[in-house]
Design a protein around this ligand. Structure first.
Ligand SMILES: [Zn+2]
Length: 434
C-alpha cells in the first residue's frame, strides 16, 4: 500500500552550488512512497489525483525535508558535549580520551550506543558516518545497536598506537585482526557499512597507517575516515612525526588511504597542493563548523574546496560540536562563511543541500538518497514547530517557502523534529507506525 504525506515539501533535486534550478518547494505539497521507495513528489492536489489509492498522512502545518546526512560524529562522546575552554589537543587529553576509555565495559557501551543512536534519529539524521570506539567490545556493541536502529550507519573501530591513553592504544597486529573481525561481521549487513578509521596521524605510526591501506582493500565498498588539518598545533605535531611527508594529507595519501570513499574531517588549514590532490583523488571532506568554533580551531575555506572540486558535507562532530542538529551545523556553516573575507555566500537552499544531498554525495549514496526524486529511498524528516515558539511565529508570517527554510535553519532544533523516516519506515518517535 502506498502512503502520501501532506505537508510543505522542500528539497534540492540538483546541486545549488552548480545550478539556479536546484531548489523545489510545494507550500501545500506531498510525497508519495510505497514500501521503501519514493513514487512521486509535488503539489498535494496533483499527487492526490495521481495516487487515489494512497493512505493519506495529513501533516499540514509541518515541513517535510530529506533526511539529514551527518558525515562526522563520535559515538563515545555524547557525555562531553559542552566541555569548554580547551583547544583540540588539550581537550582530547583532558576530557575526550578519558571519556572514551570509560566504555570498556559492555553494558556502558550498549547504553551509550542506544542513547547516541536515539539522539541522531531525534534530530532528523537518517544516515551517519560515525567515528567509533577504540575498544573492540564497545564498537561491536555499537554495531549491534545500530543494526536495530533502522538508521543507515557507517562506522569503524578507531585505531591508534601512539600518543593516546595506554588503554586506548592498539598494536599493528591487533588492529588488523580486530578490524577484519568487525568487517566480516557487519560490513554490508542491512544498512551497516564499515569504515577503516585511524584516529589521526598524531596517534598512528607509519606501519599502522600501512595496515589501514591493506584493510581498505580487503573488501569491496569499504569506507575510510579520519581527521586532517584541524588545528595548527596538531599539524606541527604531524610534521614532526612524519618528517619525510610533504604535508598532512601526504601522511594518508602515501599509504593508499585517499580515494573516492575517503572522508576527511575538518580540513581547515589546508594548502592548495593538498586541495588539488584531494580533488584529483575524489576524496571528500566533513565540514564541522560548530566544532571548529567551539575548539577555536579555525574556519572552513569553503570557496577553495569548491574551486578544487573537493566535495564536502556537514558533520556535527559531537562531542566538540554543539549537539546533533544539522539545522544547527547548517546555520554555523552559514555564519562561518559570513565571517570569512573569502566566504561563500550561502542561501537557505544551499543549507538544505548541505544538510542532506551533499552528505549523500560524500558517502557515494547520491543515487539512493538525498532528495525526493522518484525511485530514491524514502528517507525524510518531518518538522513541526512547537506551539508558542518563536519559530512558529516566524513561519506563520513567512513570505515564501525559501524564507520559511531560512527560519527553519536558524530556529528549528531537536524540539521541532516530529518524525524521522528511513526507507519509508518511521524510526522516530518509536511506537505505533504512522
Ligand atoms: Zn572528530
Amino acid at each position: 500500500m502506498s502512503k502520501l504525506i501532506r505537508a510543505t515539501v522542500m528539497h534540492t533535486p540538483a546541486n545549488p552550488f552548480e545550478s539556479d534550478q536546484a531548489f523545489e518547494s510545494f507550500a501545500d505539497g506531498a510525497v508519495v512512497f510505497k514500501a521503501n521507495r519514493i513514487l512521486s513528489c509535488g503539489p498535494y492536489a496533483e499527487m492526490r489525483e495521481k495516487h487515489p489509492e494512497a493512505d493519506i498522512i495529513d501533516e499540514r502545518g509541518a515541513y517535510l525535508l530529506p533526511g539529514f546526512v551527518d558525515t562526522h560524529v563520535h559515538f563515545p562522546q555524547l557525555t562531553i558535549i559542552g566541555a569548554m575552554g580547551l583547544p583540540l589537543l588539550e581537550w582530547l587529553r583532558q576530557r575526550t580520551l578519558p571519556a572514551e576509555a570509560a566504555l570498556s565495559r559492555v553494558p556502558e557501551a550498549e547504553g551509550a550506543a542506544d542513547l547516541f543512536l536515539e539522539r541522531l534519529a531525534a534530530n532528523g539524521t537518517t544516515t551517519a558516518l560515525v567515528f567509533g570506539s577504540h575498544i573492540l567490545t564497545a564498537q561491536d556493541a555499537f554495531f549491534r545497536k545500530a543494526a536495530n536502529s533502522g538508521l543507515r550507519i557507517t562506522s569503524g573501530l578507531v585505531l591508534g598506537d601512539q600518543n593516546l591513553l595506554p588503554e586506548l592504544e592498539t598494536t599493528v597486529g591487533r588492529a588488523r585482526e580486530e578490524t577484519q573481525e568487525l568487517i566480516a561481521r557487519y560490513h554490508g549487513h542491512g544498512n551497516l557499512r564499515y569504515a577503516v578509521t585511524p584516529r589521526f596521524s598524531v596517534s598512528c605510526s607509519g606501519p599502522l597507517l600501512e595496515v589501514c591501506g591493506e584493510l581498505l582493500e580487503s573488501a569491496p565498498g569499504l569506507y575510510f575516515q579520519t581527521h586532517i588539518n584541524e588545528n595548527k598545533e596538531e599539524i606541527n605535531f604531524v610534521r614532526g612525526l612524519f618528517p619525510s611527508s610533504r604535508d598532512y594529507f601526504d601522511t594518508y595519501e602515501r599509504y593508499g588511504l585517499a580515494g573516492k570513499r575517503s572522508v576527511f574531517a575538518h580540513n581547515l588549514h589546508v594548502s592548495d597542493s593538498e586541495l588539488s590532490r584531494m580533488g584529483t583523488c575524489g576524496c571528500s571532506v566533513a565540514h564541522c563548523p560548530s566544532s571548529n568554533s567551539f575548539l577555536g580551531s579555525g574556519t572552513f575555506p569553503m570557496a577553495r574546496h569548491i574551486k578544487h572540486g573537493v566535495a564536502f558535507g556537514l558533520g556535527c562532530d559531537v562531542g566538540a560540536g554543539s549537539g546533533f542538529s544539522l539545522f544547527n551545523e547548517s546555520l554555523r556553516a552559514y555564519e562561518t562563511q559570513m565571517l570569512r573575507e573569502d566566504g561563500y555566500r550561502l542561501s537557505p537552499r544551499h543549507l538544505l543541500y548541505l544538510s542532506g544531498a551533499a552528505g549523500a554525495r560524500v558517502m557515494g549514496l547520491e543515487k539512493q538518497i538525498g532528495d525526493f526524486t522518484p525511485e530514491k529511498e524514502a528517507d525524510f524528516v518531518l518538522i513541526r514547530p512547537p506551539a508558542n515558539s518563536t519559530l512558529r511565529a516566524v513561519l506563520e508570517r513567512a513570505a515564501s517557502c525559501e524564507a520559511a527554510l531560512g527560519a527553519l535553519f536558524t530556529l528549528a532544533r531537536e524540539e521541532s523534529v516530529a518524525a524521522t523516516y528511513v526507507a519509508g519506515r518511521r524510526i522516530h518517535p518509536k511506537g505505533l507506525p504512522a
